[in-house]
Design a protein around this ligand. Structure first.
Ligand SMILES: O=P(O)(O)OC[C@@H](O)[C@@H](O)c1c[nH]c2ccccc12
Length: 266
């Protein structure tokens, strides 16, 4: 596993240990009965490229992105701008997020929500469902195949969709063989050194079997790039920084979803 990712996973394990002592899994499981989940993967498979708009205050690669601003205003602007789903960074130490962010986002809008974190322990799966996530991320580079399988099955068992993230051919093969992932994320950002190469999406796409939902992740900024993704048959794009850095979030979301052109001016 690469160094930066390794460090984040290590601190994540410590944090999970602490939280699971505070609130045992059994207590969270008791909350799962009345979940009304919003279909995440379905929202990505509609015609055109669906936008997953991400809430990310800071990151190890970029530093501070947008520290101020209410999350409720941000996600409402994403929804009004035509996003199909949300990605909420909940990792605290490196990304400045929290599960409270996820709960606040859920209460503020009707979009399905991906919990974006470094899920390495079954406790986090139950925790995600209890907090109101509709889907979780599993990063192949961070998991032994047997853990990938275990966490994937646990997530499906509590009705969470899973975005399985890969960034090279080997990881893609693992995602297909070990869990036969329905929703595959191609991350253009190398989680070892944080370099971004959006060609990765196009290169790896040809190895993805037909019938899978494919999400292009990281490094996208413009509508033109999204149109290019549409031409090659990508189902969805996940965008964080470009949105979080923009002054008018709803307008920026409209530009990326192409809905700024739909209504003729009167
Ligand atoms: O901000 P960007 O370049 O638009 O990227 C968003 C998203 O892909 C990125 O935040 C991400 C992809 N995979 C991750 C795993 C953990 C943390 C973050 C990520």
């Amino acid at each position: 596993m690469s160094s930066v990712l390794e460090r984040i996973v290590e601190t994540t394990r410590e944090d999970v240990k602490r939280r699971s002592k505070q609130t045992p899994a059994s207590q969270l499981e008791a909350l799962l009965g009345d979940r009304d989940d919003r279909p995440f993967s379905e929202a990505l498979s509609r015609p055109g490229v669906s936008l997953i708009a991400e809430h990310k205050r800071r990151s190890p690669s970029a530093g501070a992105i947008r520290e101020g601003g209410e999350i409720t205003d941000i996600v409402r602007a994403y929804e009004a701008g035509g996003a199909s789903a949300l990605s909420i960074l909940t990792e605290e130490r490196h990304f400045g997020g929290s599960l409270d962010d996820l709960r606040a986002a859920r209460a503020a809008c009707g979009l399905p929500i991906l919990r974006k974190d470094f899920v390495v322990d079954p406790y986090q799966v139950v925790e995600s469902a209890a907090a109101g996530a509709d889907a979780i991320l599993l990063i192949v580079a961070a998991l032994e195949p047997k853990w990938l399988k275990r966490l994937y099955d646990e997530a499906r068992g509590v009705d969470l969709d899973v975005l399985v993230e890969v960034h090279d051919e080997e990881e893609l093969e693992c995602a297909l063989e070990v869990v036969d992932a329905d929703v595959i994320g191609i991350n253009n950002r190398d989680l070892g050194d944080f370099t971004v190469d959006i060609q990765r999406t196009f290169e790896l796409l040809s190895d993805v079997p037909a019938g899978k939902t494919v999400v292009a992740e990281s490094g996208f900024h413009t509508r033109e790039q999204i149109e290019e993704l549409e031409r090659v048959g990508i189902d969805a794009v996940l965008i964080g920084e470009a949105l979080m850095r923009s002054e008018d979030l709803e307008a920026a979301t409209r530009v990326l979803t192409g809905t700024d052109l739909d209504e003729p001016e009167r």
